[in-house]
Design a protein around this ligand. Structure first.
Ligand code: NDP
Length: 445
């Protein structure tokens, strides 16, 4: 590893104690970037690496709100504005009890590179709260969102920082957040949030974008090997926004998705996922996946373990961080899995990724494979700025092209650095080149 990169990593560990996910995210990116710095040490001039790993701004705030029994509850709100060299900060908001500064920083750091890969003018950021929407009424979710936006509104704007959804933040939450922003600012500024409803500034295909994009990417990986998705067995984890639309696009390409999960367990349906039933349970009623197994004759619900023990050609982890570990990776390899594309952010542990490399499994990191969501968010901002509405087909066509370009660019860059087929190195270096050039051009700040 280049000594400058090593020093930066040591400093990251020293200055961010107790933040393992953030340290890991930085390590994984800098490990690849080291190859580029070896070739051209001037890339690291003017403390570029040290600036890159330090967020431009971190906002931490109190979110007091009132629950249905009249009790005042207090959560913590976060927004990390990491890097704006390429455009306004852009990245989702996560509402989940596991949220803390470490998680938000790690996701914000990843987001810089993901956004750069899309080729669009987007900086990187992330935010959220340790508020847990599970079991809360719509009124409670609204009260919380209004309280959260009351502080967040001071920091965001269509030219400053543009949040979107993530775990626990779907269209219901974006609606409450947008309503409160509008109330506070007294302006119709649709470009301030993405993932909005179609009638109030949203874009066709934004809901589908991340899941569809993952499958477009996985298909490109297969096409490169002279194969296609038709007839392939696909295992998926999660049953939220990303998982559901990954399953939908996989079905449209003639593949057979057979698993999905939530935090209560996972389901294996050997007959292939019945998407209408899954949507009815998860999107319609916010139910649990066990209900699906009760209504399908051969489907099995497992409260323990994970879907990665099911033999498949393609695996798409679409739930959350570190949900696929070294043992899971060995199981996938043993069962002949050919391709892994990350729908979630950082779902595969570092050790799992090593196993994929040793076993010849092609692996696409989330920053490349799940960039479709943010890419269509950017198309939503474009439509908002032009006060226009594109058709579903136009947006989906754009998405497919963006995913194809990301795929090609990752492979070209991997080849350039003598790492053919290494999507991790390709994605990290390609994105870094764009961000570092913009940072150098704009001077030290
Ligand atoms: P959702 O909240 O819609 O769905 C998350 C899903 O993951 C749910 O099924 C949830 O189960 C499950 N889940 C969450 N935590 C766990 C856990 N600890 N163990 C098992 N299952 C769990 O979120 P999204 O689909 O939007 O996001 C999923 C992933 O994709 C995240 O990593 C997110 O950062 C990433 N992503 C999302 C994008 C987007 O556009 N939405 C864009 C790019 C990446 P339950 O229902 O029980 O909570």
């Amino acid at each position: 590893m280049h000594p400058q990169v090593e020093r930066t990593l040591e400093e990251v560990k020293r200055r961010n104690p107790g933040e393992p996910e953030f340290q890991q995210a930085v390590f994984e990116v800098l490990n690849s970037i080291s190859l580029a710095v070896d070739r051209d040490p001037s890339l690291a001039d003017h403390a570029l690496l040290e600036r890159l790993v330090e967020p431009e701004r971190q906002i931490l705030f109190r979110v007091p709100w009132v629950d249905d029994s009249g009790t005042v509850r207090v959560n913590r709100g976060y927004r990390v504005e990491f890097n704006s060299a390429l455009g306004p900060y852009k990245g989702g908001l996560r509402f989940h009890r596991s949220v803390n500064r470490n998680i938000i920083k790690s996701l914000g750091f990843e987001q810089i590179f993901k956004n750069a890969l899309t080729g669009q003018s987007l900086g990187g950021g992330k935010g959220g709260s340790d508020f847990d929407p599970h079991g809360k009424s719509d009124w409670e979710v609204m009260n919380f969102c209004q309280a959260y936006m009351t502080e967040l509104s001071r920091h965001i704007g269509d030219k400053t920082d543009v949040p979107a959804g993530d775990i626990g933040v779907g269209q219901r939450e974006i609606g409450f957040l947008f309503g409160q922003y509008r109330r506070l600012k007294n302006r119709w500024e649709t470009g301030v949030l993405t993932g909005k409803g179609l009638d109030w500034g949203g874009s066709h295909a934004r809901r589908e974008a991340t899941g569809y994009g993952v499958v477009f990417f996985a298909r490109e990986m297969l096409l490169k090997r002279g194969e296609d998705l038709e007839g392939k067995i696909v295992t998926v984890s999660g049953s939220g926004n990303v998982a559901i639309y990954a399953i939908e696009k996989a079905l449209q390409f003639g593949a057979k998705p057979v698993t999905f999960s939530d935090s209560s367990g996972w389901v294996y349906d050997p007959d292939g996922v019945d998407l209408d039933l899954l949507k009815e349970i998860k999107e319609g009623r916010r139910g649990r996946v066990a209900e699906y197994a009760e209504r399908r004759p051969r489907a099995e619900f497992h409260a323990e373990g994970r879907p990665w023990s099911v033999p498949c050609h393609v695996a798409l982890p679409c739930a959350t961080e570190n949900e696929l570990n070294e043992d899971d990776a060995r199981e996938l390899a043993k069962n002949g899995c050919e391709i892994i594309a990350e729908g979630a952010n950082m779902p595969c542990s570092h050790d799992a990724v090593e196993v994929f490399a040793q076993s010849g499994i092609l692996f696409a990191p989330g920053k490349a494979a799940n960039a479709g969501g943010v890419a269509v968010s950017s198309l939503e901002m474009e439509q908002n700025a032009a006060r226009a509405r594109w058709t579903f087909q136009e947006v989906e066509g754009n998405l497919a092209e963006i995913m194809r370009d990301i795929h090609t660019n990752c492979l070209e860059t991997a080849d350039e650095y003598a790492r053919p087929g290494d999507y991790v190195v390709g994605a990290n270096i390609r994105a870094f080149m764009r961000v570092s050039a913009a940072m150098h051009a704009q001077g030290v700040f």
